[in-house]
Ligand binder design. Structure first.
Ligand code: ZN
Length: 594
């Protein structure tokens, strides 16, 4: 298939023909009507239902959830590619308000599941007819000690729209609206933030430093708004902790993730104990670049021939081939994204930065957003997002309540897919310079998804703990950021002064509290899974597919158990870093051989 301009834009008309379509209005009206019916039928009765009655209620609830979420997913896609369009803005706001309202109407269902007596719940949870919903029911019950009365929960949700939800929106709109002016190749012009971050991979050190400085300085200009947003998000969370009787800022995330606190602490401690590995690599990279010492703008500098750029069609084929070699149906699932135009490829003003894959529902296929600029890293991003895509497609075997993989496993298929791509490229190329470049890219990637995410998590933890005590000035936020990054970089990397503002553009802090440790978790988990694949060959594949197909039907620990992995094992996390150490040794041998 040829890739003309149209094929680089995603097609959302399979969801609704247009934002003004009557189908969308009908869905909103039906959603509201069915929510009312559901409430009338079940409110005040859930705790009394027998097995058959509860099963029927759960099925109706799932159907209703699918109906309600579709307009929101659609408007989210429109908003992501053009947040400056007024039609998109108002539809996005309208569906968010609609979702919020319906969510409040349906709150009673979870709350009444929590009200079922312990004896009765024990019998329900072990009844074979409810086996498909056991994990969901138990997850709801776990929140019982932290849940308020229905009216209180409703009010909190209502005020979220003008409270923390409004600040999240402000962050998104502000970030997408920022324009940057910079000189490149003798010409001064406008850049998007994504383009500037992409220039961290530029071969010229001065360009890398200038683009990151321009990017960060623009954020510093917005310091009033950005530090207010961060403070509000943190204060909101600390109020929530108090209202819901949590002891630590990470506790709600850990509970939601079904990862015991000890496991998270172990993961973070082991990561910090291995920071030396990153510094070892940074010293080596400085030698490769012929620099006395790296600046943090040199960390992603291309080594050898990675200034090679790839057309989108080339990149797409490489990724499809890498998946196809693993398993033909993985290639087919990945290819369908392009054939069905479910990928939006190019950066443009008003479009959301970065990349994501949006899982929809068991009935609706997922979508991928990219900001493709043509470097090797962008090729890896396609493999990453399509990994998510394949995961979402395989999980469509599950019903709505079991569809989304638990957060700590959400990055499994994406990181695994990147590994497949690296291995494919390493085997395909004979040029030692390019092999060095590929190995560097993989090592940097692992550093970014483990150590850097650990730094981010530590910063976020301190931000929340300190905000409990007092207002955080922007200079305090800068200090916290600087200190935590300093622990990783040590004497191996010099941080440029504007990097003090590095915290201010990280969307995860605003959108998904403590999401970042999921990357560390996933990367180390995947390194183990990948090692198993190397050892066991094709025999491993069905186990892996089974993990992806189980979606959110089991806890993380139960999901990975078939692969022989015990998350509570003390040495499990260190093994991932041992694999990284081996990669660094492999790189050293290659460098010496050149
Ligand atoms: Zn991802």
């Amino acid at each position: 298939m040829d890739y003309d301009a149209t094929h680089l834009l995603w097609d959302t008309t399979t969801l609704y023909p247009a934002p003004s379509s009557s189908q969308l209005e009908t869905d909103l009206a039906n959603g509201a009507a069915q929510t009312k019916t559901f409430r009338e039928r079940y409110q005040g009765r859930v705790a009394e239902l027998d097995v058959a009655g509860l099963l029927e209620a759960l099925r109706r609830y799932e159907e209703l959830s699918e109906l309600l979420v579709k307009p929101q997913l659609y408007s989210h896609l429109l908003f992501a590619v053009d947040s400056e369009d007024d039609v998109h803005k108002s539809l996005s706001q309208r569906t968010a308000e609609f979702g919020n309202l319906m969510g409040r109407e349906l709150l009673f269902f979870d709350l009444e599941i929590m009200d079922i007596s312990d004896d009765k719940f024990a019998a329900l949870a072990t009844d074979v007819r409810l086996a498909g919903y056991r994990h969901f029911l138990e997850s709801v019950r776990k929140l019982r000690p932290h849940t308020l009365k229905e009216r209180e929960e409703q009010l909190l949700r209502l005020k979220e729209l003008t409270g923390v939800g409004a600040f999240t929106r402000l962050f998104d709109e502000l970030s997408a609206s920022l324009r940057y002016r910079m000189e490149l190749d003798g010409e001064e012009r406008d850049f998007t933030g994504e383009e500037l971050l992409g220039l961290l991979h530029h071969p010229d050190a001065a360009v890398r430093e200038r683009s990151f400085t321009t990017f960060l300085a623009r954020h510093e200009e917005e310091s009033v708004v950005l530090s207010t947003i961060f403070n509000t998000v943190a204060l909101d969370h600390s109020q929530e902790l108090e209202l819901r009787d949590y002891r630590h800022p990470m506790e709600p995330t850990n509970l939601g993730n079904e990862i015991p606190e000890e496991v998270v602490n172990r993961l973070m401690d082991v990561s910090e104990a291995n920071y030396g590995l990153a510094r070892d690599y940074f010293h080596l990279k400085a030698r490769l670049l012929g620099l006395p010492k790296l600046k943090n703008t040199d960390v992603y500098a291309p080594v050898g021939e990675t200034d090679r750029s790839f057309t989108f069609a080339e990149a797409k084929d490489l990724v499809l081939d890498a998946y196809g070699r693993f398993r033909p149906d993985f290639r087919e699932m990945a290819e369908a994204f392009f054939d069905e135009r479910r990928v939006d490829v190019m950066p443009r003003p008003g479009k959301s930065g970065g990349a994501f894959c949006m899982g929809m529902t068991p009935q609706l296929p997922p979508y991928v957003l990219l900001n493709y600029t043509g470097n090797l890293r962008d090729v890896a991003t396609i493999a990453h997002e399509l990994g998510h895509g394949i995961h979402f497609v395989l999980a469509q075997k599950q019903t709505m309540l079991n569809y989304h993989a638990p957060l700590p496993l959400a990055e499994t298929a994406s990181v695994f897919g990147e590994m497949l791509l690296t291995r494919y490229l390493l085997e395909r190329e004979d040029d030692p310079q390019l092999k060095i470049a590929l190995l560097c890219a993989k090592i940097e990637d692992i550093i970014a998804t483990t150590f850097r995410q650990n730094v981010l998590t530590r910063f976020e933890e301190r931000m929340h703990l300190e905000r409990k005590q007092e207002l955080l000035t922007s200079s305090r936020l800068c200090d916290l950021w600087w200190e935590e990054n300093g622990k990783l970089y040590g004497d191996a990397v010099e941080m440029i002064p504007p990097y003090r503002w590095g915290w201010s553009y990280i969307g995860h802090f605003i959108h998904a509290r403590f999401y970042c440790y999921s990357y560390t978790f996933a990367e180390l988990l995947v390194l183990s899974l990948y090692r198993k694949y190397l050892e066991e060959g094709d025999a491993f594949i069905p186990t892996y597919v089974g993990i992806l197909e189980s979606g959110g039907s089991l806890s993380p620990a139960d999901t990975v158990k078939p692969a022989g992995i015990d998350l509570a094992d003390l040495h499990f996390w260190q093994k991932g870093y041992d694999f990284l150490a081996e990669l660094i040794e492999e790189l050293k041998r290659l460098v010496q051989g050149v």
